[in-house]
Design a protein around this ligand. Structure first.
Ligand code: PLP
Length: 389
């Protein structure tokens, strides 16, 4: 298998080339161009304790999963990649591998609701402490650091408010106090943003979203440079067992191959949608980092290739009006998740972010979130116009 290039290797081929080839050499036995689905739990050994190609049991490792892990590491420019059964499994495994009871974690004040729930309901009883802070306010981040702070957990752009955090500045703050910076890169995808090159220590993905890209598989990933952390992750992954099966790994890998072309189309379509929303009398506010008025616009322009396919907006008339728009679209399917080829619409307050209601992370009740798909932009605009009018 083609090894993942080292971090930020100038010899490394372009992104789209890596997406199609890294970790995906033709099968040495048959020449199969697509990585085979090694649907097996165990592997024959020629001698006691001597696995043939390093594989002994699929919880610890499986060749289809290895191909995905090498591809993801190559796309993020990291030394080691780990695939998981879901984004939340990746988050949980990282926390257990890198943190201990008594440690402190800084979470963004608009973190993905599931991340907040994992930390607040599962890791706090385990002994973790945490603070939420607006990552856009670097002075507030510095003030939130404690002697026990081990990790700053960053999402950028954030879900669902599309807030932007300065990855390089946060890495500097984290490292100055001996902490690490994790970036949940789900919203951007490795095509639009590569946090390790900006100083982050860990990249997390819900590969369920743009990386898989077809709304047909749940998965997660961690990509790191540090060999010691990689060893801890391999040990925890094997011990906790939250790994994807070979079919899920294969489906995700198939999605990876088209990530570059899909992301450009997501961005093209989102830009058209934003143009419509900004000028629409029934729209009160549009959240999109590509807008010059967005408070994180300059940082996004610096650290992202383009502004992404996620758009949030609030409507005039509050929650009732927002719910009506969500019910009226035809092409934008009412549903959770994001990053698939098909466009989705949702009400974060009552859907994806219901778990943060009543907490510091509560989202506005007139907010609508769009995952803009790769359909014909004109059809998407017509659908939104009909739903708004
Ligand atoms: N991180 C972000 C930003 C997400 O949006 C999600 C899911 O929506 C997750 C993590 C969790 O991923 P999964 O649903 O694959 O467990």
């Amino acid at each position: 298998m083609t090894p993942a290039p080292g971090p930020h290797d100038p010899q490394s081929p372009g992104f789209a080339t890596r997406a199609i080839h890294a970790g995906q050499d033709p099968d040495p036995l048959t020449g199969a161009v697509a990585v085979p689905i090694y649907q097996t739990s165990t592997f024959a050994q020629d001698e006691v304790g001597q696995p043939r190609a390093g594989y002994d049991y699929s919880r610890a490792g499986n060749p289809t999963r290895t191909a995905l892990e090498q591809a993801l590491a190559a796309l993020e420019g990291g030394r080691s990649g780990f695939a998981f059964a879901s984004g939340m499994a990746a988050a949980d495994t990282y926390i257990r591998a890198a943190l201990r009871p008594g440690d402190h974690l800084i979470l963004p004040d608009d973190a993905y609701g599931g991340t907040f729930r994992l930390v607040d309901k599962i890791c706090v009883p385990w002994g973790l402490t945490y603070s939420t802070v607006s990552l856009g306010d670097l002075a507030a981040v510095r003030a939130a650091i404690r002697p026990t702070t081990k990790v700053i957990w960053c999402e950028t752009p954030t879900n669902p408010l599309l807030g932007i955090a300065d990855i390089a500045a946060l890495a500097e703050i984290a490292h100055a106090s001996g902490a690490k910076l994790l970036v949940d890169n789900t919203f951007a995808s490795p095509y639009l943003q590569q946090p390790l090159a900006l100083g982050a220590d860990v990249v997390l993905h819900s590969t369920t979203k743009y990386v898989g890209g077809h709304s047909d598989v749940i998965g997660g990933a961690l990509i790191v440079d540090d060999p010691e952390l990689a060893e801890a992750l391999a040990f925890h992954s094997k011990s906790m067992g939250a790994v994807p099966g070979p079919v899920d790994a294969w489906l995700t890998l198939r999605g990876v191959k088209t990530l570059a072309v899909r992301m450009d189309r997501h961005c093209d379509n989102a830009e058209r949608v934003v143009e419509l929303l900004v000028g629409h009398p029934r729209v009160a506010r549009v959240y999109y980092p590509g807008l010059p008025a967005h408070p994180g616009h300059a940082i996004a322009a610096r650290q992202m290739r383009r502004s992404g396919g996620m758009v949030s907006f609030s409507v005039v008339g509050g929650q009732e009006e927002a719910l009506k728009v969500c019910r009226r679209t035809q092409l934008f399917t009412l549903g959770e998740s994001l990053g698939g080829v098909e466009s989705l619409i949702e009400h974060p307050g009552l859907m994806t972010h219901a778990s943060v209601a009543g907490s510091a992370l509560q989202v506005p009740d007139d907010l609508i979130r769009l995952s803009v798909g790769i359909e014909d932009a004109d059809d998407l605009l017509a659908d939104l116009r009909d739903a708004l009018d």
